[in-house]
Design a protein around this ligand. Structure first.
Ligand code: GLA
Length: 378
């Protein structure tokens, strides 16, 4: 990928720039909890976005996307937003840095990635973190702290891409650490690294290849439901809600809002249970919680789809320790914790059965927990 980017950069802009990378993420547990002030438990993966960047001494940004074979050029004022949706991620990052009093001048960039798009692995957060980190290095002497870099990506989603997302994806992409998961408290923003090498198990993502599009999607509606319930309870976020509190207002809210909030309240407890179980090497408990999350996301939060439920059923049949839909939902991947000795059979079975029903095999990505956004060094 690096050589391809070098070549494209040289062809379009002549010469060479500095290379930066940022990864996608997976999440062991804690879904739709980030924007509710709850806990998440993600890690960065070995799939990433890579960009070669060089200041060009003008007030224009010129960017070439290798994967889309598309070129965009824009200025740095609010009115200069590019038409292409992919370029709005980069424009948004520039604008959000400027809004915070940071510095961005014109630059040239060529970029590519191997984070599968629309698979729930946060390709857009990877792109945002890659550019936020690069522009911090190139124009701001790395004076913007890492949490702010994550927030710059998140605000880009909110203000330029129409997704009212939480902080998990950008946080994981910026803070990722090889062989470690991170438990983030999305209210206090305190986090802890947990060494992650599940003994006797493999972690694998199974991609349904059903595309999900979060903009204008039911994702924003889920968030609105949670905020309505929190408001009704007189609290800031569902982090402070209990099932007793929710049951006390059950008749005042819609059934839909009730079940959305119920999932969130249960899920925030599950993250803590899973962290403890992981430390104790109790993978059965980790796995049971993953199945519970899937059931909740499917039935109460309603962000699953037929294909993902089928992947979950196959995992259960194959004796997989834990399996669940991962990320925002509406397509994408399941994350699976599988005993070493069951792994080959699970992969063969899931490919065969899914193919028999949907006419194509799911894609398989073994999880390799990796480092976060950084300047690329060979
Ligand atoms: C998407 C969002 C995240 C988070 C997850 C669900 O990935 O970008 O902020 O809400 O969905 O856990």
């Amino acid at each position: 990928m690096k050589q391809k980017i070098n070549k494209a950069f040289d062809e379009h802009f002549s010469g060479a720039g500095t290379i930066y990378v940022a990864p996608g993420r997976f999440n062991l547990i804690g879904e739709h909890t980030d924007y509710n002030g709850g806990f998440v438990f993600p890690g960065a993966i070995d799939k990433l976005m890579m960009a070669e960047i060089r200041p060009n001494g003008t007030d224009k940004v010129r960017v070439y996307s290798l994967d889309l074979n598309d070129y965009a050029e824009f200025g740095l004022n609010e009115a200069d937003a590019p038409a292409q949706s992919w370029a709005r991620y980069i424009f948004g990052v520039c604008r959000e840095i400027l809004k915070r009093g940071g510095k961005v001048e014109g630059f040239d960039a060529a970029f590519a990635g191997n984070v599968p798009l629309g698979a729930g692995l946060s390709s857009s957060a990877a792109l945002e973190s890659c550019f936020a980190n690069a522009l911090n290095d190139l124009f701001n002497d790395n004076s913007i702290d890492k949490f702010e870099l994550a927030r710059i990506g998140q605000s880009t989603e909110h203000n330029y891409c129409g997704v009212n997302c939480g902080i998990m994806d950008q946080f994981a992409s910026v803070f990722g650490k090889k062989d470690h998961l991170m438990r983030l408290d999305c209210r206090s923003m305190e986090f802890e690294y947990f060494p992650f090498k599940p003994e006797g198990h493999k972690l694998v993502l199974v991609d349904s290849v059903v595309k999900h599009e979060l903009a204008d999607s039911p994702y924003n509606k889920r968030r609105a439901s949670c905020e309505r319930v929190a408001k009704r309870l007189g609290i800031e976020t569902l982090r402070d809600a209990t099932m007793e509190m929710l049951d006390a207002i059950k008749t005042d809210i819609t059934a839909e809002d009730y079940f959305r909030a119920k999932f969130v309240i249960e899920e925030k407890e599950r993250v803590l249970t899973v962290c403890d179980a992981l430390v104790a090497g109790d993978y059965d408990t980790v796995g049971r919680c993953m199945y519970e999350t899937h059931a909740g996301l499917s039935k109460d939060y309603e962000v699953s789809c037929e294909e993902l439920d089928y992947l979950n059923d196959i995992a259960k049949e194959c004796g997989v320790t834990g399996s669940r839909i991962m990320g925002g939902g509406f397509g994408g991947c399941t994350v699976n914790l599988v005993k070493d000795e069951l792994y080959d059979n699970f992969i063969a079975t899931v490919k065969e059965k899914f193919n028999a029903r949907y006419g194509h095999e799911p894609k398989i990505y073994p999880v390799i927990v990796s480092d976060g956004a950084r300047k690329y060094e060979e």
